[in-house]
Design a protein around this ligand. Structure first.
Ligand code: FAQ
Length: 318
C-alpha cells in the first residue's frame, strides 16, 4: 500500500473516531491502535481470570449457604468476563493460546489488586464493595470505548459487576450490624484493601505513558486520576453510612473543588506489585499454571472431538 493510501485510510479512521463511530474487527485501523487494544483488553481478561483466585479461596468457607450461592455466582461471572474479553482480543488477530502463554510466562500484566491476600471473611465484603466498585467505575466509562467488540462486552460485564458490588457492600453492612469483633473485622479489611483499590486505576496521569494516546483514540474515556477521584467521591459516603472509617488522615471534603482531597498513594508499593514482587504474585501465577496443566486433557479431548467432527463434515461434503 502506498504512503498516500495509508494516509487517506488514517484520515478516514481519525474522522470515524471523531464522529464517535465504533471501529469493528474487519475495519482498517492503525497497527498501534490494534496493539494497544490487544494489550489493554488482554490485561483486562487476565485480571478477571486471576481475580477469581482470592475469592475462590473462600467458597468452601462461606458462613451460610446463601452467602456461598452468591459468592459462587460472582466468581463464575468473573470467569465469564475473562472469556468475553479473550474473545474480544481475538478479534484483533491474536490467538487464545498466545494470550494465555503471555499470562503464564509472566510477560503480560494483570491488575495489581489481585496480588494481595484475602485473609478473612470480611475481605469478601471489601473485595466486592471496593474492587468491583473500582472496576465498575472504570468499566462504565469503557462502554463508550471506540472498539466495538470491547464496548459491547462491557455492557453485560457492568451489569454483573453492579451485583458484585452490592453483594460485597451488603456483607460489610451485615458485619457492621454485628458484634464488635465483626465490626473490627470489617474495618481491618477496609484498612488493607483501601489503598490497593486506589492503585487499581493506574499511575497518576502525569506518569501514565499510555493515557494521552488512548484518550485520543477514545479507548480510554476518562483518565486514571479522573476515575480514581470519582471512586473516592462515591465510596467515602458509603463507608460513613455504615460506620466505617477510611484509613486516610488527609481525606477531607474540598468545598471549592466539590471533591474529596485524599492522601498520597505509595507508588513504590504499586510498582513493586506490578513488577511481580507483591505479596501473592508468585502464588497467583503458580495457581494459574497448575489450573492450565490440570486442564490439558479437557483441551485435548475438545480438540480431538473438533477434528473428528470436521473430518466427518468434510467427508460428507465431498
Ligand atoms: N495493575 O499508562 P498506564 C476487575 C500498567 S477488572 C497492573 O496508565 P493504561 C474485575 C499498565 O498496564 C480489573 N498494571 O496504562 C474483578 C501499563 O503497563 P504496559 C482490571 C497496571 O493501560 C473484580 C503501565 O502500568 N481492569 O477488577 C495497573 O493506559 C473482582 C502504565 O500505566 C481493567 O483492566 C494496575 N492496577 O491504563 C475481577 C480495566 N495500572 O502495558 C475479580 C481496563 C497500570 O504499558 C474480582 N484497563 N498498569 O506495560 C484499563 O482501564 C487500563 O489498562 C488501566 C491502565 C487503567 C488499568
Amino acid at each position: 500500500m502506498s504512503e498516500m493510501e495509508i494516509k487517506s485510510l488514517e484520515e478516514r479512521f481519525n474522522q470515524r473516531i471523531a464522529n464517535d463511530e465504533k471501529i469493528e474487527a474487519k475495519d482498517w485501523m492503525p497497527e498501534k491502535y490494534r496493539k494497544t487494544h490487544i494489550r489493554q483488553i488482554s490485561q483486562h481478561a487476565h485480571s478477571e481470570i486471576v481475580g477469581m483466585l482470592p475469592e475462590g479461596n473462600w467458597i468452601t468457607r462461606c458462613p451460610t449457604l446463601r452467602r456461598k450461592v452468591a459468592l459462587l455466582a460472582k466468581v463464575q461471572d468473573e470467569g465469564g468476563h475473562g472469556l468475553y474479553l479473550y474473545s474480544a482480543a481475538e478479534t484483533l488477530g491474536i490467538s487464545r493460546e498466545e494470550l494465555i502463554d503471555q499470562l503464564l510466562s509472566g510477560e503480560a500484566k494483570y491488575s495489581s489488586i489481585f496480588n494481595y491476600p484475602a485473609l478473612t471473611w470480611a475481605d469478601m465484603g471489601a473485595i466486592g464493595w471496593l474492587v468491583d466498585g473500582a472496576a465498575i467505575m472504570n468499566q462504565v466509562a469503557l462502554i463508550n470505548t471506540s472498539y466495538g467488540p470491547y464496548s459491547r462486552a462491557m455492557i453485560r460485564i457492568c451489569k454483573e459487576e453492579s451485583f458484585h458490588q452490592r453483594q460485597g457492600y451488603e456483607i460489610m453492612m451485615a458485619l457492621m450490624n454485628g458484634t464488635q469483633e465483626q465490626r473490627d473485622m470489617a474495618q481491618d479489611a477496609l484498612n488493607r484493601w483501601w489503598w490497593p483499590s486506589l492503585m487499581m486505576f493506574g499511575p497518576r496521569d502525569a506518569e501514565s505513558p499510555n493515557t494521552e494516546q488512548s484518550m485520543r483514540w477514545k479507548l480510554k474515556r476518562k483518565t486514571n486520576d479522573e476515575l480514581r477521584q470519582a471512586f473516592v467521591d462515591q465510596t467515602v459516603p458509603q463507608a460513613e453510612l455504615i460506620g466505617l472509617r477510611i484509613p486516610d488522615d488527609k481525606l477531607k471534603w474540598n468545598e471549592e473543588r466539590k471533591h474529596y482531597d485524599f492522601g498520597d498513594i505509595d507508588w513504590e508499593e504499586f510498582w513493586q506489585v506490578v513488577n511481580g514482587h507483591g505479596p501473592c504474585n508468585k502464588q497467583r501465577l503458580e495457581a494459574r499454571r497448575k489450573a492450565h496443566e490440570d486442564g490439558a486433557w479437557v483441551r485435548d479431548a475438545a480438540m480431538a472431538y473438533a477434528e473428528k467432527h470436521a473430518n466427518k463434515t468434510y467427508r460428507q461434503a465431498v
